[in-house]
Ligand binder design. Structure first.
Ligand SMILES: Nc1ncnc2c1ncn2[C@@H]1O[C@H](COP(=O)(O)OP(=O)(O)OP(=O)(O)O)[C@@H](O)[C@H]1O
Ligand SMILES: C=C(C)CCOP(=O)(O)O
Length: 246
């Protein structure tokens, strides 16, 4: 069983306090991963930005489609994400997860049409050697634009295909995709069924919030789940949690 798990920026950071890690939540996620890591064949972790990356991206006017050639901007956004990645790695290591960083800026790119290419052979090899690669939302080369943002959600989609994942999970601040009464929608098969309840993120987020996640996960061949922090352990144990997207 190969699993791709994204820890949302709204889980591992305090989204409304610039560049602030949510130490308690990050530790809980790292502990759940540490407990389960030996029971899965391979685990790839991706984390989002939350209060890291997004404020810099907004300040430099960079999104997944609008780029910059300003080197200071590239380094500010990438630097913030690397800082967060260092915190995530440290917590995972404290829970004996064999976590190693993989920085998308050094590997991925977009063509002039915005199409993303993410080489995954290094991730596959790291998995085969027993490591847990940890990727993060980042800035990447974009033909004709300089650099643009790549979101953790986009990376999850590429990785799921590239490593032939059996399960994909997005851990967010919400227990799943919520309906108009704030109840978790257990299963989503078509975007039209939920379009009216899907909004954007409620904090500074240049990459699109829940609607973008659901769209991207519907395109995947493999089943994906959206759930909150308390369900990381059950998800890794193979239990159905939160919203399943088919
Ligand atoms: N119908 C919905 N159900 C659940 N959440 C929704 C819905 N519509 C909008 N949202 C918003 O989407 C947010 C989740 O998306 P967000 O992009 O903030 O998550 P994340 O992956 O944790 O963060 P990041 O992109 O920084 O990694 C929720 O916190 C909520 O504010
Ligand atoms: C803004 C940057 C660089 C990170 C974007 O990653 P996300 O939080 O997964 O959308």
């Amino acid at each position: 069983m190969t699993v791709v798990l994204k820890l949302g920026g709204s889980v591992v950071t305090e989204k409304d306090r610039k560049e602030t890690v949510d130490g308690e939540s990050l530790d809980a996620a790292a502990a759940a991963i540490g407990d389960a890591v030996n029971d899965v064949d391979g685990l790839v972790v991706v984390h989002g930005g939350g209060s890291f990356g997004h404020p810099n991206a907004a300040a430099y006017g960079v999104s997944t489609t609008e780029g910059t050639h300003d080197t200071e901007g590239v380094l500010a956004i990438h630097g913030a994400m690397k800082t967060l990645n260092t915190f995530v790695l440290r917590r995972l290591r404290e829970h004996d997860v064999p976590a190693v960083p993989v920085h998308p800026l050094s590997a991925a790119s977009r063509d002039t049409g915005g199409e993303l290419t993410l080489p995954v052979q290094q991730v596959r090899t790291l998995l085969g050697e027993g490591f847990v690669p940890v990727l993060h939302g980042d800035v990447i080369a974009h033909a004709g634009e300089g650099v643009t943002v790549v979101s953790g959600d986009e990376l999850v989609v590429e990785l799921a295909q590239g490593v032939d994942a059996d399960r994909v999970g997005l851990c967010s601040a919400v227990p799943g995709v919520l309906d108009e009464n704030d109840d978790v929608i257990p299963r989503i098969d078509a975007y039209e069924d939920v379009a009216n309840v899907l909004g954007a993120s409620d904090a500074t987020d240049v990459t699109g919030g829940m609607a973008g996640k659901v769209r991207a996960l519907l395109d995947l061949d493999v089943e994906a789940s959206i759930f909150d922090l308390g369900s990381v352990g059950p998800f890794l144990a193979g239990e159905p949690v939160g919203t399943t997207i088919d």
